[in-house]
Write a protein that binds this ligand. Structure first.
Ligand code: SAH
Ligand code: SF4
Ligand code: F3S
Length: 478
């Protein structure tokens, strides 16, 4: 998602915005309020929603007297917030548990817990499969962590994988982890009511529910007060956000929420992820056009360019519908609005011709960015139950490579057309390659690198792009 959610090293592709790097470490060291001084080490896998949840978990445990630490070897509690989206994501977690086991041998009191989607999918089976695990907690049960930890302290195992129809953690102020102090994520909804046939998320995250609009605005206001300059509103399908006040007098849809957040401050950039092609409305696009501080970038996963495959995937739109949504973006927001996609190669029964349709959709949409995967069958999904996973792995991988190569051409072209123009860049910090340069993003979410002069993190700088590497713009402040 924008950095749409977003960073596991997914072998099959670059990390999707929707799927971020495993944070690996947590740098915030919160002062302990209860004096218990236990140390929490938390690592997140999968999408930005998981990263955002880890910040909620840290907040809940902070109130229980846990400091966060980046030192795994000395942690009292090690939590892995896990992802089930593809088989490889689960394998990564199992390998990590083996490494953690060697730390636990050296520090026998260490408690190990598994949170998130894999916990939800495997439930108490996890305890049988991975002996070092003491705690298994699903995405809607984090408020129960203190109780479960006491149970484990008492010598038992702790499991809570109940899904909820109401939980949004609206009242919990997240402890910002690994934060640059400039950009932050805000969860606006949880779960997913779509039943894409390949996808495990509806099973691991439960029913869709939208968070109280006022609590979202308040969280964004608090971030602005703390000096943050950009928020990304997160959900599996943000366009279906809908919230009504308890007395039924107030209704807020996604376009209206976006506007409320944009109006907090012209200095605050607003991004969002992920948009579902069936739900993104012209009202959302017009709201984006109306407010300069809503970034001109839409993550609009297509999954396939072929109508028959889209029907098998149960995406509920066809190719003409998707193309029309891309045209609506171009019509209302202009050619400059960036669009990115997710594509799945080698879905059940996909023919070579249908794969070609995916390539031609990439040409049609001229995506700025693509997060591309080969199909990985997930137990319990509609596709696993009803369709045969019949495309050989080598064919899946070859098609995926063709998708990646085609996408690269457009990504480079989209960067190239931005050269010679001035971009408003929000500085996120020093460039990774050079301490003399700063790195930030333009509205389209493209990386822009320029000599630092006297600028600093959090500044908005107008930068003339003078060249591109194909994955970043290089330029100078004007
Ligand atoms: N809610 C978002 C997607 C979240 S999952 C949406 O509807 O677009 C992120 C991406 O992982 C998906 O867009 C899809 O491209 C990919 N994905 C999901 N399940 C997969 C599977 N079984 N095999 C391969 N890729 C998958
Ligand atoms: Fe999965 Fe589809 Fe929901 Fe996205 S919209 S999370 S792909 S079921
Ligand atoms: Fe996210 Fe992975 Fe779960 S992508 S919702 S953490 S299955």
């Amino acid at each position: 998602m924008p950095q749409p959610l977003l960073t596991l090293d997914f072998l099959d592709t670059a990390a999707p915005a929707a799927e971020a790097t495993p944070s690996g470490e947590v740098r915030i060291t919160a002062a302990t309020r209860t004096g218990r001084q236990r140390k929490l080490y938390i690592e997140s896998y999968g999408c930005q929603m998981n990263f955002s949840d880890s910040e909620i978990v840290s907040s809940i445990l902070f109130d229980e007297g846990f400091d966060t630490t980046d030192d795994l070897a000395n942690a009292d509690l090690v939590l892995l917030n896990t992802c089930s989206i593809r088989e490889k994501a689960e394998q990564t977690v199992r390998m990590r548990l083996k490494q953690i086991n060697s730390h636990k041998k050296r520090k026998p009191g260490m408690l190990v817990g598994v949170l998130g989607c894999m916990a939800e999918r495997l439930k108490s089976k996890f305890l049988e499969e991975e002996k070092i695990v003491d705690l298994v907690v699903g995405p809607d049960a984090y408020r129960d962590l203190p109780g479960l930890i006491s149970q484990v302290d008492g010598g038992q195992k702790g499991v809570n994988v109940l899904l909820s129809r109401e939980e949004t953690y609206a009242d919990i102020t997240p402890v910002r982890l690994n934060s640059n102090g400039i950009t932050a994520f805000i969860s606006i909804m949880r779960g997913c009511d779509n039943m894409c046939s390949f996808c495990v998320v509806p099973f691991t995250r439960g029913r869709e529910r939208s968070r109280d609009a006022h609590s979202i605005v308040q969280e964004a206001q608090a971030l602005v007060a703390a000096g943050y300059k950009e928020v990304t509103l997160l959900g599996q399908n943000v366009d279906s956000y809908k919230w009504a006040s308890a007395d039924g007098t107030e209704f807020v849809n996604f376009a209206q929420l976006l506007e409320r957040v944009a109006l907090i401050s012209p200095e605050l950039r607003v991004r969002f992820s992920t948009s579902h092609p069936k739900d993104i409305t012209d009202e959302v696009l017009h709201t984006m056009a109306k407010h300069d501080n809503i970034c001109k970038y839409i993550h609009l996963p297509a999954q396939s360019g072929n109508t028959r495959v889209l029907a098998l995937m149960n995406r509920t739109y066809d190719r003409p519908w998707y193309e029309e949504r891309v045209q609506a973006i171009r019509r209302i927001l202009g050619e400059d609005c960036a669009i990115s996609t997710d594509m799945i190669s080698g879905f059940c029964s996909e023919t070579e011709e249908e794969h070609q349709d995916t390539l031609s959709l990439i040409d049609f949409a001229q995506y700025d960015m693509g997060y591309n995967f080969f199909y990985s069958e997930r137990p319990g999904t509609l596709a696993a139950r009803k369709l045969e996973d019949d495309i050989p792995l080598d064919v899946k991988k070859r098609r995926l490579q063709e998708v990646i190569d085609r996408q690269q051409i457009h990504a480079r072209a989209r960067y190239a057309r931005m050269v010679g123009r001035v971009h408003q860049v929000l500085v996120e910090g020093p460039s990774k390659r050079s301490a003399e340069h700063l790195s930030g993003r333009n509205s389209q979410n493209q990386v822009v690198i320029f000599p630092k002069q006297n600028f600093k993190k959090g500044d908005y700088v107008n930068v003339l792009a003078t060249s591109t590497t194909g994955a970043a713009l290089l330029g100078e402040a004007v």
